[in-house]
Design a protein. Structure first.
Length: 510
RNA sequence: GGGGCGGUAGCUCAAUCGGUAGAGCAUUGCCCUUUUAAGGCAAGGGUUCUGGGUUCGAGUCCCAGCCGCCUCACCA
């Protein structure tokens, strides 16, 4: 018998002993007078004399995280949410019956305690117990109290254990709640309507990513999990909701990495009457606000460096290519050269001469990036993307990679689009929305050329009813939380990241 | 999918050149009425991820597989 099984057996046995004491092993309810946090907040500052005089009575519940028995007395720490509070129990105060329950307690059990507040000799706020109940037994042992749970795989697979013993994990998900809360407040204050659009779509549009496929039996219909909510949200703008936002999951059937989880949370929003310039302004304010409200300030530590959401840089995509051009690849391009296809190709070749797989600069396959626009974007991502640590807005993108964005008035091959980078992560993407149905149809057809992709005719149809000038943006919530929480992996900010299941036969062996 | 690294007691980690698999916490028993990584005495606990191979002998070396981490590729 393994130790785990042995402990399980022993602890079930203790439940039997509890029954013999006349106690229900899993009582139905236990009313509390205070949350532990409320006790610390209200009485944490009172000294021993004041507590002695008031003799505050409390009834609380928590998970037993430490046990220090001392013969006919003992101490325990109970944890509830993010708060730990000490309990002092002695046989002459609780009586033999409740003291027998105390002796049956194990680390991890849920206990209910009634008593009064005092301070110990060492000054710690403590509940002097008068009644004790077992509320739920931990039949399996918790990870070690001092080191916590270190094994990253188990932290993800058994997140509940991680949350019990690693306060840092609880901090991250509380911060995540704060981020979403702050964002919602900001959008509602700005007159936005929160909506929910389909996650199961007959056509997966709004981004260029491989979708997950599923099937509806009654309709005998192939459906796709959405890769973006964009085309539905803009239908709502056509419908007359001038400001809409959605915070929800997108699903992309692609590789997994420290920055990519197959399902991730995206905030997308659209406002009529705006253009990309207005959204750049608002985005800077919005992210600074979220940093203040959810992370305690605009200045944060990320990867050992200061990240300041109050200090923004802005440069065009073409400027970024010139500015971050690696010296080893020769003279950096001049801005005006990037208007010339042959020049762009020369710089791409110059770049590839210093690039090597696995190195800082990895090669760019020109065949996969046939147009000058795609080549410039590939160069940008290769030379600048990872370098953009300070919060930076990169604006003006090639039309070739932006089928849903409106062209610039003075440069038809470029669009009014921007991306936001921080900590080396791409966290947002926004643009002035293309609202000419014929131009949109032309771009869809261009995009679908040679591919099996179908065109979302209903979206074109919707635009034909007239969408006012509109700007829209998407912000990756997981990555934003990473920055604000100082997390190095996206899996540290997602409660249950996707892992390969253990001990399950794989379905499609290749 | 490619490359690199890792998987040892319930947890956190050791194990020298290939030579009897250990420690702390946890667990069990006894003592202990202000401790806090409580303490004291004693005890139990191992398919070293899985399967092969080399060897007198494998946690250690070799091969294959599983799972994870990092990285590259993929990724508007």
């Amino acid at each position: 018998m393994s130790l785990d099984q042995e402990i399980y057996r022993q602890r079930r046995q203790k439940l039997e002993q509890l029954r013999e004491l006349g106690e229900a092993p899993y009582p139905h309810r236990f009313e509390r007078s205070h949350a532990l946090a409320a006790i610390v907040e209200q009485y944490g500052a009172k000294d021993a004399a004041a507590l002695e005089q008031e003799k505050v009575r409390v009834k609380i519940a928590g998970r037993v995280l430490t046990l220090r028995p001392h013969g006919k007395a003992g101490f325990a720490h109970l944890q509830q949410d993010d708060t730990r509070l000490q309990v002092y129990i002695r046989q002459d105060a609780v009586g033999e019956h409740d003291f027998a329950i105390w002796k049956l307690l194990d680390l991890g059990d849920w206990a209910g305690v009634e008593g009064w507040l005092f301070r110990t000799r060492t000054g710690e706020l403590t509940i002097h117990a008068e009644k004790l109940r077992l509320l739920a037994k931990a039949c399996l042992p918790l990870p070690e109290k001092w080191h916590g749970l270190q094994d990253v795989e188990r932290r993800y697979r058994q997140r509940y254990l991680d949350l019990i013993v690693n306060p840092e994990s609880r901090r991250v998900f509380r911060l995540r709640d704060g981020v979403v809360r702050s964002l919602r407040a900001a959008f509602h204050e700005r007159g936005y309507l929160e909506v929910e659009t389909p996650m199961m779509q007959p056509l997966a549009g709004g981004a260029a990513a491989r979708p997950f496929t599923t099937h509806h039996h009654a309709l005998d219909l192939t459906l796709y999990l959405r890769i973006a909510p964009e085309l539905y949200l803009k239908r709502l703008v056509v419908g007359g909701y001038e400001r809409v936002f959605e915070i929800n999951r997108n699903f992309r059937n692609e590789g997994i990495s420290t920055r990519h989880n197959p399902e991730f949370t995206m905030l997308e929003f659209y406002e009529a009457g705006s253009d990309y310039r207005a959204l750049m302004e608002w985005s800077e304010q919005l992210l600074a606000r979220v940093a203040r409200e959810a992370a305690g300030g605009e200045k944060l530590q990320f990867q050992g460096r200061e990240l300041n959401f109050g200090a923004w840089r802005r440069l065009s995509l073409r400027q970024a290519v010139c500015e971050y051009w690696p010296a080893a690849a020769g003279a950096a391009p001049r801005l005006e050269e990037l208007a010339d296809a042959a020049a762009v190709r020369r710089y791409l070749d110059a770049y590839n001469r210093i690039a090597a797989p696995g190195e800082r600069y990895s090669p760019i396959d020109a065949a996969q990036q046939p147009s000058p626009g795609e080549q410039i974007v590939a160069l940008f991502e290769a030379v600048a993307g990872d370098e953009l640590f300070e919060p930076t807005i990169i604006y003006d993108f090639p039309l070739a990679v932006s089928p849903l964005a409106k062209s610039k008035d003075d440069e038809p091959d470029w669009v009014e689009r921007f991306e936001i980078y921080a900590g080396g992560l791409e966290i947002a993407n926004g643009y002035s929305e293309l609202n000419d149905p014929e131009e949109q149809a032309r771009r869809f057809r261009l995009q679908a050329e040679g591919e099996a992709a179908r065109v979302d005719e209903d979206y074109i149809h919707a635009l034909a009813y007239g969408m006012p000038p509109t700007a829209g943006e998407g912000i990756g919530i997981d990555r934003l939380v990473m920055l604000l929480a100082g997390a190095v992996s996206i899996r540290d900010v997602i409660l249950f990241p996707l892992l390969r299941p253990e001990g399950v036969e794989r379905e499609d062996q290749e």
